[in-house]
Design a protein around this ligand. Structure first.
Ligand SMILES: Nc1ncnc2c1ncn2[C@@H]1O[C@H](COP(=O)(O)OP(=O)(O)O)[C@@H](O)[C@H]1O
Ligand SMILES: [Mg+2]
Length: 300
């Protein structure tokens, strides 16, 4: 039938990777640790995984034992150097796991980008040529809601917010959600919030328990609201505080290289499984048929 043979639009949807931005405008909350170790968990589970370091602090590479050299291509080339092909910036870290390193001079890019037209879509445009090679792409965001983060949100399907269970975290979350909503409305209607990821969690603390309960209630209020965080939740399991997670990058290793049987490895493995199961549940009924119909409509 004519309407279902609309391959040009339907095919990229079927092969597009799931793109997740790990975002919190606060530093030191567990974004990079989570990007590296969730990425490694997805790769071990057989997904072709790309992780992109968007933070000028360039910490992500440490988890893969990668020593930056001045002449190597970085994420900065994606933003500033049109002649550099995206695939030249990608390095293999482990089987099934690739990454784009960052560069301390990325900090200067924020200011330069602000002057460019369509500066919010640069990352989306530049990654287009490599997206078909991956099943999942993780974006390690800088601790700000600036231009680099907006670029990440413009290409992402989902935002995950690494955080601690502390009272002030909720306030920061509201600001972050405001930014997500602006980007979703103006630039990326696909964007959703998967939820918060509790890092360095201490499940015995009574303050922590109260905040987690408050976060659960906070998200429950938005069910069915049509807002990008209507299906968001506090992701389970929480990642427990585990010193091995802090030690692994100093050996150039992910937690699965360094201490594959420790609590930190178990938590990230279980979390990666839980996140994948949610893609199936949240998306299966809604997204796939709608895309096929939209593709059909476009060819009428
Ligand atoms: N579950 C954890 N247990 C112990 N230390 C952790 C854990 N998660 C992160 N860390 C440590 O906390 C610090 C901040 O984490 P990081 O992932 O770099 O945060 P961000 O990227 O948000 O700035 C790092 O030293 C990291 O090793
Ligand atoms: Mg970081």
């Amino acid at each position: 039938m004519k309407r279902t043979s609309a391959k040009p639009i339907a095919t990229p949807v079927a092969t597009a990777p799931r793109v997740i931005a790990l975002l919190n405008q606060k530093g030191g909350v567990g974004k990079t640790t989570s990007t590296a170790n969730l990425g490694a968990a997805f790769a071990i589970a057989g997904l072709r995984t790309l992780v992109v370091d968007l933070d000028p602090q360039s910490n992500l590479s440490l988890h893969f034992g990668h020593e930056p050299t001045p002449d190597q291509p970085t994420v900065r080339d994606l933003f500033m150097n049109e002649t550099m092909e995206a695939k030249e910036t990608i390095r293999l870290a482990r089987p099934n796991l690739w990454f784009v390193p960052s560069d301390t001079e990325l900090a200067l890019v924020e200011g330069e980008l602000a002057l460019q037209e369509n500066m919010q879509r640069i990352l989306a445009r530049r990654l287009e040529s490599v997206m078909g090679m991956f099943d999942v792409v993780l974006l390690d965001c800088p601790p700000s809601l600036g231009v680099l983060t907006v670029n990440a949100l413009t290409v992402a399907d989902e935002v995950i917010v690494p955080t601690q269970a502390q009272y002030l975290a909720l306030r920061g979350l509201e600001k972050l959600l405001e930014t997500v909503l602006l980007v979703q409305r103006a630039l990326n209607p696909r964007l959703t919030v998967g939820g918060v990821l509790l890092c360095m969690h201490e499940s015995q603390s009574s303050h922590g328990k109260a905040v987690v309960e408050e976060m659960d209630q906070y998200f429950a209020k938005f069910k069915g609201s049509g807002l990008p965080w209507q299906d968001a939740l506090v992701l389970r399991p929480a990642v427990r505080r585990n010193i091995k997670l802090a030690e692994a990058p100093s050996f150039g290793q992910t937690i699965f290289d360094y201490a594959p049987t420790c609590a930190g490895a178990a938590d990230y493995r279980a979390l990666a499984d839980a996140i994948r199961q949610r893609w199936v549940r949240v998306e299966a009924p809604a997204a796939a048929p709608a895309e096929v119909l939209a593709a059909g409509a476009a060819t009428q």
